[in-house]
Design a protein around this ligand. Structure first.
Ligand code: COA
Length: 254
């Protein structure tokens, strides 16, 4: 079976993390989170890696957490999940991260981008954060980072009403650096990551920390979200919504 996450170290100190589960629209399993978490942690300790690029497959960045996994692990909750372990690592990664988003970016597929230092999108990119619709709550500090970036009212539309964001609007809102043709996207993201990797390390690290602001706030937000997420994951309303997606039926209350 092909690797569901491919890790490739490129010349110029760029580590490319490619999601590769196209048959499920790159929905993320525990094993995929673990592979990404390890790749990030190792990037931070490796002298050879100066920047990371996240990429998906043509037309799909990621459909977010594997919803079957959410169903299966309702009893275990979110607190000990590989998803939360990945999110914690994502938030504290010191290596600059670049996202190349082509097509759908749902749930963590979208919120991951809030942690990236640069984000490039294809015209087909479509970000969506349907946590509440699924009976869940925002994760990955998105309830903190998104209002900070786009204002509370817009964040409310995106996080409570799950309004999709097309590439151009995401760029206008400052969530995406540039919209690029799909066939140039990953190449351009790698080129930008290579530039980051070539900068003087000390100056880069200090400047990046200054730009990103209060790390403790980000971590506090994601821990508070994780508690609420855990409670919601065990709720009837979320289990009903998740089952409805998996069974492709409307929830009884809809
Ligand atoms: N978890 C598990 N499986 C998923 C998935 C997810 N998050 N997203 C897609 N899949 C699976 C589908 O069940 C389907 O599997 P099947 O072929 O065995 O039936 C396959 O991937 C293709 O998905 P499909 O829905 O047919 O593709 P689409 O192009 O019509 O729609 C999406 C793509 C991403 C818009 C749609 O799949 C979707 O809304 N997925 C759920 C996204 C989500 O809510 N993520 C979690 C946020 S917290």
């Amino acid at each position: 079976m092909a690797e569901t996450v491919a890790i490739t170290d490129l010349p110029g100190g760029v580590r490319l993390i490619t999601l590769n589960r196209p048959e499920k629209k790159n929905a993320l399993t525990g094993a995929m989170y673990d592979a990404m978490r390890e790749a990030l942690a190792e990037a931070d300790t490796s002298d050879a890696v100066g920047a990371v690029v996240f990429a998906g497959q043509p037309g799909m960045f990621s459909a977010g957490n594997d919803l079957a996994d959410f169903m299966g692990h309702a009893g275990d909750g979110f607190s000990n999940s590989p998803a939360l372990a990945f999110i914690r690592q994502l938030a504290r990664t010191r290596t600059p991260m670049v996202a190349a988003v082509d097509g759908i970016a749902v749930g963590i597929g979208a919120t991951l981008c809030l942690h990236c230092d640069l984000v490039y999108a294809s015209p087909a990119a479509r970000l969506r954060m349907p946590f509440v619709e699924l009976g869940l709550v925002p994760e990955a500090a998105s309830s903190y980072l998104l209002p900070l970036r786009v204002g509370r009212l817009r964040a409310t539309e995106l996080l409570l009403l799950s309004r999709p964001l097309e590439a151009d609007e995401a760029q206008a809102l400052g969530l995406v650096n540039a919209v690029l043709p799909a066939d140039m996207l990953v190449e351009q993201a790698i080129a930008q990551a290579t530039k980051l990797a070539a900068l003087p390390g000390g100056a880069l690290a200090a400047s990046r920390a200054l730009i990103r602001g209060d790390q403790a706030q980000v971590e506090a937000a994601l821990e508070a979200e994780a508690k609420a997420f855990d409670a919601q994951l065990r709720s009837h309303e979320s289990q009903e919504r998740l089952a409805a997606f998996l069974n492709r039926a409307k929830p009884a209350s809809a």
